[in-house]
Design a protein around this ligand. Structure first.
Ligand code: A5A
Length: 456
């Protein structure tokens, strides 16, 4: 992939994922095919959160100015990014309303009403909503949005600091498993003080590496300590009759996971989708030879019926050349294609094409379900392994902090550079010197490093 950016923009359009032509910077349109990928990806995280005792909720998008401004550090971190609603029709509003850039303030305001005694805790809620940030850096589709269309934010409150700390670990594990299911390898770093979430005690971040060697933050987990709890008076009665403030965490992911799935797995021919998020996992294409059209079409319908309760399967019966159909579904990244030609049908065989490796082979029709099960697993693993190799090849470990060496490595090898942890150089000044971002402190193969990269 020579020019990643061009490839990426192109595929969003040609594969029918996202239309960039909406006349507003940082905003675009999920097209039906892209919307389905989004749906399956976020269904996976929704299931995982539900299974780990989170409850889905829904809060208003509008936040009164005094509420958003209540927590000093938080509002300072976001003040340049907030969109304001100032009028209702032609009437100026008494209190300006922010479009949520994130929902700590509305959620914690409400938590105060819900938390009285320790038995009211823990609370673990999440919502999947749009949020708004007036990003001033270069906007990019699904990567740096001004309307973040799919913002999954979870917020928790606990009665002890240990429990909140354990929740951070749980959240990190949930995200790790989720990114793994999407086949997206990540590096986890504790962000430096100067780059943590506004109002957090500390921030853990997941970064992945795109094909151009730049990193992208695709998720964060924050330990908020009692910072917000004190501001929002989340006070509760402890088991021994005393008083304490809740201990909080929050964590979020966004449309960036969709961008990562596209970017990390795709190739020159187009998308390669992991079966879990593929809108159609299997495409059936009858090869309609003259005089034998009906045989192929009937067989295609029969196979479709036998698979539709197990897989997301589509019978492509459009009246166009099979070659054109092959190209379309390769571009759209459908994991498996089943071709049905007259000779195959006579011999009880099916021709299978797998998109991730480009292999084509025949199987016995009798054994179809078994074969597909194995194939889906194999595709999932192969996609994952390939992405892991790609990302790994972008990680360089240096044994010193020589600025020129770091700069040289970043410009030639790109990706992430790991240098031995040293608190003396773990500073903003060092970050300026190397002209790249310090991702934070990273454990890699059991050792502690400072991770450095050019970021999106
Ligand atoms: N309330 C916490 C969870 C929060 O807002 N954290 S955050 O600011 O780090 O955002 C969570 C995640 O949303 C980020 O890690 C990033 O992956 C994604 N994100 C942030 N700004 C974005 C933007 N402008 N466009 C797309 N995704 C964005």
């Amino acid at each position: 992939m020579e020019n990643f950016s061009e490839w990426y923009h192109n595929i969003l359009e040609t594969a029918g994922i996202y239309d960039l032509r909406y006349p507003l910077k940082g905003c675009g349109v999920y097209l039906p095919y892209g919307f389905k990928i989004r749906r399956y990806a976020f269904e996976a995280i929704r299931d995982m959160l539900d299974e780990s005792n989170h409850d889905e909720a829904l809060f208003p998008m509008l936040i009164p100015e005094d509420l958003l401004a209540k927590e000093g550090e938080h509002i300072k971190g976001f003040e340049e990014e907030v969109y304001w609603v100032t009028h209702g029709g032609t009437t100026p509003l008494d209190v300006k309303l922010a479009l949520r850039p994130t929902s700590e303030t509305p959620i914690y305001h409400m938590m105060k009403l819900w938390i009285k005694v320790h038995t009211d805790l823990p609370i673990k809620i999440y919502q999947i909503v749009n949020s708004f940030r007036y990003e001033t850096k270069h906007t990019r589709p699904l990567i740096r949005l001004r309307e973040i269309m799919t913002f999954k934010e979870a917020h928790t409150a606990h009665s002890t600091s240990e429990e909140a700390e354990a929740q951070v670990q749980t959240a990190l594990n949930i995200y790790k498993t989720f990114f793994d299911r999407m086949g997206v390898p990540t590096i986890v770093s504790q962000r430096p003080e100067w780059d943590k979430f506004p109002g957090a005690d500390y921030t853990m971040a997941f970064d992945t590496i795109f094909p151009d060697g730049k990193t992208m933050q695709i998720g964060t987990v924050h330990n908020l300590g009692q910072h917000f709890a004190k501001t929002f008076e989340l006070e509760f009665e402890t088991p021994d009759g005393g008083k304490d403030y809740a201990y909080q965490t929050c964590y979020g992911i966004s449309d960036r996971i969709i961008a990562s799935i596209i970017a990390l797995h795709g190739d020159e021919k187009g998308l390669i989708l992991p079966p879990e998020v593929a809108p159609h996992q299997i495409i059936i294409i009858p090869l309609l030879f003259k005089g034998k059209e009906e045989i192929a079409m009937n067989k295609a319908k029969e196979i479709y019926k036998s698979l539709k309760n197990t897989y997301r399967v589509k019978l492509d019966d459009r009246d166009i050349r099979p070659g054109k159909k092959f190209n379309d579904w390769e571009l759209k990244g459908a994991p498996i294609r089943i071709e049905l030609g007259p000779r195959d049908i006579e011999n009880n065989k099916l021709t299978i094409y797998r998109r991730d490796t480009g292999e084509k082979f025949q199987i016995d029709e009798d054994n179809l379900l078994n074969e597909l099960n194995t194939l889906i697993d194999s595709i999932e693993n192969t996609i994952k392994e390939k992405a892991e190799q790609k990302v790994k090849s972008f990680i360089t470990i240096l044994d010193n902090h020589d600025v020129n060496n770091i700069k040289e490595t970043l410009s030639t090898k790109k990706g992430v550079v790991l240098v031995p942890y040293d608190e003396n150089i773990y500073t903003e000044e060092f970050e300026e010197e190397i002209d790249a971002s310090v991702l934070g402190t990273t454990e890699y193969d059991g050792k502690k490093y400072i991770s450095i990269a050019k970021t999106y």
